[in-house]
Design a protein around this ligand. Structure first.
Ligand code: HBI
Ligand code: FE
Length: 286
């Protein structure tokens, strides 16, 4: 994330006005289509906490939510607000917003031609994907803790390790639900194809969450994940992170090799060992 080719916004905090009035009817329609499609697909697949949180977005329908109004609701629930940014922002600025319970969202929405994949986080990924869980008090605290931890990781030169924690929880996390697994990561819930793949496909590993294991594991940004890590509950996630001093962990991690994307370790709690067929097939095509 070295280059930022968008024009620098006015503030040093990278925020911009949402400009809600500027959305066209076609843009609101993209939101509505994606919202209905995902809400239906996620029934029985997503964490119940996410389903409960979706109500806060339903209240803003139809169309792309107005961040000011959405923030009023969210503020009452967990003290979070949603603010607009032009796209990806520098790590330290991102952490600072989270540490202050401000969730940043892209203000633009994907085009109808890009309905299934895009690189930069748009308002559908950011708001549909992330905001529902921000209504949950424990998850809301976890996100703030991540922001505070981010500041420390910058100082300790350990962003790479901490970013993996974000990736494998907030973006691509799975959670136990009775005897099954369910989705809670925003990168999965906002993707039609990955919300099926992450739970049903034979290809990826599904492994019990362990903080140090996760922070050592590489990930891919160009395709579906080859590892998903499974938490027992949000309380458990918060316990494994908030009550932990990361400084000695970072020191240990600096002396250990990264874990390759298709590796299973002897200490892993394996929910399913992946075939990695999808990754192999893709490699063969190249
Ligand atoms: N900026 N807008 C935006 N959204 C993100 O999710 C984001 C970001 N900047 C940095 C970042 N995420 C991550 O690299 C950190 O979690 C490490
Ligand atoms: Fe995201």
């Amino acid at each position: 994330m070295e280059t930022f080719d968008r024009p620098l916004p006015a503030g040093a905090d990278w925020t911009i006005p949402q400009d809600w009035d500027r959305y066209t009817a076609a843009e609101h329609a993209v939101w509505d289509t994606l919202f209905e499609r995902q809400a239906k697909l996620l029934e029985g697949r997503v964490a119940t906490e996410f389903v409960d949180g979706l109500d806060v977005l339903r209240m803003e329908r139809p169309g792309i939510p107005h961040f000011g109004k959405l923030s009023e609701r969210l503020m009452k629930l967990t003290g979070w607000e949603v603010i607009a940014v032009p796209g990806l922002i520098p790590d330290d600025v991102f952490f600072d917003h989270l540490a202050n319970r401000r969730f940043v969202s892209g203000n633009f929405i994907r085009s109808p031609q890009q309905q299934d994949y895009l690189q930069e986080p748009d308002v559908f990924h950011d708001v549909f994907g992330h905001v529902p869980l921000l209504t949950h008090p424990v998850f809301a605290d976890y996100m703030q803790a991540y922001g505070l931890g981010g500041r420390r990781a910058v100082a300790l030169g350990a962003i790479k390790n901490l970013a993996r924690l974000y990736w494998y929880t907030v973006e691509f996390g799975l959670i136990r639900h009775d005897r099954d697994l369910r989705i809670y990561g925003a990168g999965i819930v906002s993707s039609r194809s990955e919300s099926v793949f992450a739970l049903d496909d034979q290809s990826p590993n599904r492994i019990g969450f362990n903080l140090e294991r996760v922070m050592r594991t590489k990930y891919r940004i160009d395709d579906y994940q080859q590892n998903y890590f499974v938490i027992d509950s949000f309380d458990d996630l918060l316990r494994q992170t908030l009550d932990t001093d990361f400084a000695p962990i970072y020191q240990r991690l600096a002396r250990q090799p990264d874990i390759e994307i298709d590796t299973i370790l002897s200490g892993d709690l394996v929910y399913s060992q992946g075939t990695h067929n999808r990754a192999r097939a893709r490699l063969a095509q190249e």
